[in-house]
Design a protein around this ligand. Structure first.
Ligand code: SAM
Length: 212
């Protein structure tokens, strides 16, 4: 009998974050900064916000932000960073498994940065729900890997990582009620957890839901 314990997604991600004091860089994503900095602030939600760098950057620019992640460990850190940055009152942190998420309200900005998981996560289903969470006139921003970074410990070879164009098509962002503003691949120099460097290719997607 195989008695090997397989962690569920919440246990997996809590362990992942608990292994290190800080996992990600603490810097907001460059593509997010570029794509969003001209938009007037309103209500935003960051899906899979991790340690909160993007959500905190948005709050610093005047957005009222909800940061959602499955890991309570990550969100504990995010809340501490938000307090240090003086924006704790503008961010709500929500521990939640997005796998079954159905938005109950809409947002002026819905973001998902590197919403990837080496264990079961219905990314496309979540991103489709994300399109429904965008208010008329609001913006959807998605940045993702097109391949796992070389230092990813849990990468699986069969995971399909769509290009921005593939994602735009599968999310229906070429429909008449959307304006696809950016759909591109971008190279980025990245540093891994042990200081290793590599040029990674990101898929960057920005789309605006037309107001009527
Ligand atoms: C690769 S990290 C990206 C974190 C952050 N957005 C960033 O860019 O630094 C993926 C994040 O998605 C979260 N996540 C994975 N599966 C999830 C799920 N089913 N529901 C909510 N969050 C999830 C993980 O806890 C992790 O923080």
């Amino acid at each position: 009998m195989n008695t090997e314990h397989k962690p569920g997604p919440s246990e997996f991600w809590d362990e992942f974050y608990s292994e290190r004091q800080r996992v990600w860089s603490g810097k907001p994503n460059g593509a997010l900064m570029r794509e969003v900095s001209m938009i007037s602030p309103g209500r935003a939600i960051d899906l899979g916000c991790g340690e909160g760098a993007d959500a905190i950057w948005l709050a610093e620019r005047g957005w009222t932000v909800t940061g959602v992640d499955i890991s309570a460990v990550a969100l504990g850190r995010a809340a501490a960073h938000a307090a240090e940055a003086g924006v704790a009152d503008r961010v709500t942190w929500l521990v939640s498994d997005l796998a079954e998420w159905e938005p109950e309200q809409t947002y002026d900005l819905v973001t998902a940065s590197f919403l990837h998981s080496p264990i079961e996560m219905p990314r496309e289903r979540i991103l489709l729900a994300a399109t429904r969470a965008v208010a008329p006139g609001g913006t959807l921003f998605v940045v993702g890997h097109t391949a796992f970074p070389p230092w990813a410990r849990h990468a699986h070879d069969d995971a399909h990582m769509p290009s921005a164009d593939e994602l735009a098509a599968s999310l229906g962002l070429r429909a008449a009620d959307w304006e696809l503003e950016t759909s591109t691949s971008e190279g980025r120099e990245a540093t891994g957890p042990e200081g290793q460097t590599a040029v990674l290719t990101d898929a960057v997607l920005t789309a605006r839901r037309l107001a009527s």
